[in-house]
Design a protein around this ligand. Structure first.
Ligand code: TXA
Ligand code: MG
Length: 329
């Protein structure tokens, strides 16, 4: 049974107690809902992989309260200092060399020698970090490979009965996961575009390493970036300039194609921040429509558009077929 908690003080204390006892709690962050476990607890971290059915080779982001907490977990660098100063707390995860004496379950790093760290800005996430006084490992609170959750009801649809509790803190403001930046070589490289834009990052640390996010998708340095991810149940068609009557349309701005079975608009005013906040919730809704396929209009590539396009490209990627059912003997 998954407990539904609110954001009152008593609810947050109950959530912190569940975490300290090795349980799994889904909680809101400013990006998406995370599925949290205390990052020092092997059994709890293993529970995250089991609940999400996440491949063991895909490492987890460790959430900390502030840079001071990060110093004991990773080998801090000048670039980490600059980026944390500019963007923490907020939607930016820093991949750094893990300290040999870091008190972290080895499962967090999936056998690697690095760790991804992020200080979230959402008050509920910060309250949990304060109350436990420990780092919290938290991937997005969805089943592996599916659409990410930006509301508590998305979490329950995917994980009800598989986790101990979910804190309902309403809709996530950013709506896209954090940007993951690799600082283990220089210049820094974006492994996953997200809620902090390339332009914002380059403004403080200078030009980033090449390899756009989509080439990065197969890089062995970012094991979680499988080609297919964020998968809706329906096929998804990108860059639609026309739409069929049996398709559901995800629009952006004004003057898009008409005639779809149903349409939602990420941002009628063409605002990429608003579009990011709506992306996963609208995909969740359209995916429940009785249509043949989903279609999405072209989205600009600058600012948050880079992360939106990356998520859509992976949502549209062909998925491996299910293994054929073996005959029962
Ligand atoms: O906004 C976010 O980042 C959300 C919230 C809950 O904080 N978390 C999130 O976690 O998106 P997850 O597990 O769904 O995505 C983490 C990504 C994965 O692609 C993973 O492979 C990558 O970060 N990652 C984690 N640790 C890494 C590491 N040590 N080296 C390289 N990539 C890493
Ligand atoms: Mg995820």
């Amino acid at each position: 049974m998954t407990r539904r908690l609110g954001t009152e003080r008593g609810d947050l204390e109950a959530a912190a107690t569940i975490l300290r006892q090795g349980g799994l709690v889904a909680f809101p962050t400013e990006t998406v809902y995370g599925l949290g476990a205390i990052a020092t607890n092997d059994r709890a971290v293993a529970g995250i992989f089991a609940a999400k059915e996440r491949p063991q080779f895909n490492p987890l982001i460790v959430h900390v309260r502030a840079p001071a907490a990060a110093h004991s977990l990773a080998i801090w660098t000048p670039e980490a200092e600059i980026l944390a100063k500019a963007f923490w707390p907020g939607p930016l995860s820093l991949v750094l060399a893990r300290r040999a004496d870091a008190a972290l379950s080895p499962l967090v790093a999936a056998g690697g020698s690095t760790v991804a760290l992020r200080a979230p800005s959402h008050p509920v996430a910060r309250a949990l970090l304060d109350a436990t006084g420990l780092p919290i490992a938290a991937p997005s609170a969805n089943r592996a490979g599916r659409i990410s959750p930006t509301r508590a009801e998305h979490v329950l649809l995917a994980l009800d009965g598989r986790i101990d509790a979910v804190i309902d803190g309403g809709a996530c403001a950013v709506g896209l996961e954090s940007t993951v930046v690799d600082l283990t070589s220089l210049p820094p490289r974006i492994l996953r575009p997200g809620g902090t834009t390339r332009e914002q990052i380059e403004a403080v640390v200078g030009p980033l390493a090449g390899a756009g996010p989509l080439e990065g998708a197969s890089s062995p340095r970012s094991p979680g970036l499988l080609a297919s991810h964020y998968a809706p149940r329906h096929p998804l068609r990108l860059d639609a300039v026309a739409v069929a009557a049996d398709e559901a349309l995800l629009a952006f701005g004004r003057g898009g194609p008409s005639g779809a079975a149903s349409t939602l608009n990420l941002s009628p005013d063409g605002d990429l921040v608003e579009a990011a906040a709506n992306l996963f919730a609208m995909l969740h809704i359209l995916d429940c429509e009785p249509v043949r396929a989903l279609a999405v209009v072209p989205i600009p590539f600058f600012g948050l558009g880079e992360a939106i396009n990356e998520r859509l490209a992976r949502a549209a990627a062909t998925r491996p077929e299910c293994a054929p059912r073996k005959s029962m003997r």
